[in-house]
Unconditional design. Structure first.
Length: 210
């Protein structure tokens, strides 16, 4: 069961704000958007250049369109607070960034030589979802968020939301603002696996009193 938080999810809200701010910058670029994505997105073919290393992270704060952004931020807003509550704010941010980086690395290794930039927080979000599934096994939609507490769906396993999220990722590729990007499925898988592995490592150890 996912319990309600005693404090606001500052880390989750901050990450959402940063992602939105980056998207606003994208919207302001107009015809310069594609070159911007090419520079700050993750291009496997450019991996040998030292200046490209930063794109392992910068690419995860860029999005290809409104649907891409909204689907990721909604899922971060749903799954982030319970995970942040269990790990603590700083450890949660660490989980988010490490999942993003490891997802990017997996994509880089799987798509070596590709000229197509990969962007999006999907690896990080997949990591948060993976961590949630491990930290809250058996959780249902109703226990994750009050918005999902309708009797029709409240008993549905949260794994269903993962399937829906993957579907929105596919649709967001069709509705992208730019034609230079693709769907980084390897980043999804890498991020998801990272979240499952990192969650028990980052989870604070409870002190038993005798």
């Amino acid at each position: 069961m996912v319990q309600s938080r005693a404090a606001p999810p500052v880390a989750t809200l901050s990450l959402i704000a940063v992602n939105i701010a980056c998207f606003v910058v994208e919207l302001s670029l107009g015809d310069n958007l594609d070159p911007f994505i090419r520079r700050w997105g993750l291009v496997p073919a450019d991996a040998g250049e030292p200046a490209a290393l930063i794109t392992l992270l910068t690419s995860t704060f860029l999005h290809g369109g409104w649907l891409h952004l909204l689907s990721n931020m909604i899922y971060l807003g749903v799954f982030g607070p319970p995970v942040e509550d269990r790990l603590g704010g700083s450890r949660f941010v660490g989980l988010y960034l490490l999942s993003a980086l490891l997802g990017s690395l997996i994509y880089l290794l799987a798509q070596r030589g590709s000229q197509t930039p990969a962007i999006g927080a999907s690896g990080a979000i997949a990591g948060v979802i993976g961590a949630h599934l491990l930290l809250y096994p058996g959780a249902t939609l109703g226990s994750v968020s009050p918005v999902l507490s309708l009797r029709l769906v409240e008993g549905t396993p949260t794994l269903v939301l993962l399937v829906i999220w993957l579907a929105t990722q596919l649709l967001s590729g069709v509705a992208s603002l730019t034609t230079t990007t693709g769907i980084a499925w390897w980043a999804h898988l890498g991020g998801f696996a990272s979240g499952i592995v990192l969650a028990p490592i980052l989870r604070p150890r409870t002190v038993r009193r005798s």
